[in-house]
Design a protein around this ligand. Structure first.
Ligand SMILES: NC(=O)c1ccc[n+]([C@@H]2O[C@H](COP(=O)([O-])OP(=O)(O)OC[C@H]3O[C@@H](n4cnc5c(N)ncnc54)[C@H](O)[C@@H]3O)[C@@H](O)[C@H]2O)c1
Length: 268
């Protein structure tokens, strides 16, 4: 299999190094808008070739992995799927816009391209996927963040909350995922993945808690439905090279790639 990685930052670089060790991956095309970044990464790898943009080797590529930004995802998704090439998307927030998402999904279906969205920084998506086959009454994502992660967030400032003066765990937002992804853009990927998988952006409830004593992001996914009830907690460690990204997100991308290249779908 030949893959293209768009974005060689925290997730992209870990994924590239892992893919370099996968026997099933024969060629890895790398691209990044920061000059020299893809070249520096390629120099540490055996199977990498640097390209200027995703279109350059699309004809020779079986799977594109977007690990860049929402803007990049919005630009490349239509181009990739309309060429019938599969794509893994990490910047899931790109799919919040209903019109854009539906048009991309439609194009992918017409052109027989698959869109893969890894579970990312949250666990419990397997149970959510299964349980959504039946009736779901409630899906709630409770995200707990430290003051650093909520500094300079416009919504928090507009509510008159000074994150450095909060001394105990405080709920700072509770409402539909659709509003949460607008007001808390850094939380968008997990909320978007959960909403897409379950009951959508309007029925999924998101609660954001500020905990003055934590430095990491944790997620609690609570689901109630025909199947019973589920409560999954993820206590994330930040990536050493990008504290905004949970380490689990890169691991999730690597494990998704392993499943795709090996065609092994255990516990899906
Ligand atoms: N799904 C999840 O749970 C989850 C979790 C964490 C992060 N993410 C998302 O994954 C993406 C990557 O995260 P990261 O921590 O690796 O970010 P990062 O900032 O470490 O790396 C992103 C890289 O993409 C490059 N880039 C930006 N625009 C580009 C473009 N148009 N073409 C090519 N390269 C481009 C940047 O120069 C940078 O090197 C982000 O959008 C992030 O929000 C998703």
């Amino acid at each position: 299999m030949r893959i293209t990685i768009v974005g060689c930052g925290s997730i992209g670089s870990k994924l590239a190094m892992a893919a370099d060790e996968m026997a099933e991956v024969k060629r890895i095309y790398l691209t990044d808008i920061i000059p020299g970044l893809a070249e520096g990464l390629a120099a540490k790898m055996k199977k990498a070739i640097v390209i200027d943009n995703v279109e350059e080797e699309l004809y020779h590529c079986d799977l594109v992995i977007e690990s860049a930004t929402q803007d990049a995802a919005k630009q490349i998704l239509p181009k990739v799927v309309s060429r019938g090439v599969d794509i893994m998307v990490m910047s899931v927030g790109a799919l919040v816009d209903d019109e854009f998402r539906e048009s991309v999904m439609q194009k992918a279906s017409e052109c027989e391209a698959k869109i893969y969205i890894p579970s990312g920084a949250v666990c419990g998506t397997d149970g959510l996927r299964s349980s959504s086959v039946g009736e779901l009454e409630e899906v709630e994502l409770i995200t707990t963040k430290g003051p650093k992660s909520l500094q300079n967030v416009e919504y928090v400032i507009s509510e008159g909350i000074d994150v450095d003066k909060v001394t105990e765990k405080t709920v700072i937002y509770s409402g539909p995922a659709r509003e949460a992804v607008k007001d808390f853009p850094k939380n968008v990927n997990v909320a978007a993945t959960v909403s897409l998988l379950g009951i959508g952006f309007d029925r999924t409830k998101v609660t954001i808690v500020l905990d003055p004593d934590t430095h990491s992001n944790s997620h609690e996914l609570k689901i109630k439905g025909e199947f019973g009830e589920m409560d999954c907690h993820t206590y994330n460690v930040p990536s050493p090279d990008n504290p905004k990204t949970s380490y689990l997100a890169a691991m999730s991308a690597i494990s998704a790639l392993k499943r795709i290249v090996r065609n092994e779908w255990i516990g899906i």
